[in-house]
Write a protein that binds this ligand. Sequence first.
Ligand code: SAM
Ligand code: SF4
Ligand code: SF4
Length: 376
Amino acid sequence: MTRKFIPINQESFDLEDLDSSSIALPKNLLNGVKDQFNRPLKDLRISVTDRCNFRCTYCMPKEVFDSNYQYLPHSHLLSFEEIIKLAKNFVQLGVQKIRLTGGEPLLRKNIEFLIEQLAKIKTLDGSDLDLTLTTNGSLLERKAQSLKDAGLQRVTVSLDGLDDDVFKRMNDVDFAVSDVLKGIDKAVQIGLAPLKVNMVVKRSVNLLEITPMTSYFLGTGVTLRFIEYMDVGATNGWKMDEVVSSSEIINILSSEFEIKSLAPSSIGETAKRYSVTGKSKQAVGEIGLISSVSQAFCGDCNRARLSTEGRLYMCLFASTGFDFRSLLRGGASDELIMQKIAQIWGSRNDRYSELRGQNGAKENSTKKVEMSYIGG
Ligand code: SAM
Ligand code: SF4
Ligand code: SF4
């Protein structure tokens, strides 16, 4: 069987152009689907809103996302019913983990209803889905209990520093650290765990927060993950000078803590894990380093991303998505939807981070989709 190559980096791609007969659904679905580099489809990230109450400079800079910015009208968003139908199809093809994201996912009205329905879906081997959500934490204290009651298992909270001035420079809406910390405490207290905290490091802003953040979460059971500032989207004015590499972070931490590399806990894991021990030897913890710029991890990338309006992206840095909303609204059967997903995944050859070094990081930069639209 010859596979049709799908050019992912073009402005638009019409699903009608995919010849469904060229790739059949795998006979044994338990094997799931594999892409051109033999990577299985395991992880689906669903963006439930393109809106956010923060204006993080590295994601939704104020100058672009101002009062004139045109967000998607409500009718363009996938409805919960549409998301649930698609999620079931993805799980039938091998997806084991679903992460809700955005924009700020807790801004989507009645998100608990969506979680309740997703939590009922079983994976191909009959297990519960690994169901999680990434949030800026601003509404977490208020919503943690209802999220847990709806069936959410755990959360990842983004927090870029403990110093209020630094954090406010990052979120750019004057939001205080203490309110995010209250959300984290509440989530841990009610068992939305293991909880992870994501910290994006931008050299000129929060470099000095690396050590205090590590000390703060040491011994709490919370895993702190440092994310290299990425050239995602086309609006954040990304510069290599602002990236603090994972190896530099390890060097910084090594002067204060004992750091030891840990084995990966799963294939396709984005973060490299390390154990951290305090000078007193009493406090221990785990940190993760997400080296999206300095050490590409495309080789095991098993993630697909569904945008707020139902476009499917094969890579965080893709410029083109496949329009599943039209397919759904045209009454497509589950079988047809699964065929399209299998075909798109089967043709996938994305590995942007690996190619970044060879092709130049800013190539294609005006076309890449925004993180707030595609979800992190
Ligand atoms: N609003 C939620 C939040 O901030 O957690 C969810 C969406 S946000 C796009 C998901 C993750 O992407 C966050 O942890 C955020 O820090 C990260 N992120 C956004 N822009 C980034 C960039 N340019 N480089 C690295 N990480 C980024
Ligand atoms: Fe909003 Fe999250 Fe982007 Fe910050 S990183 S602007 S909180 S979507
Ligand atoms: Fe996956 Fe694309 Fe990131 Fe590589 S660059 S790890 S393919 S999302």
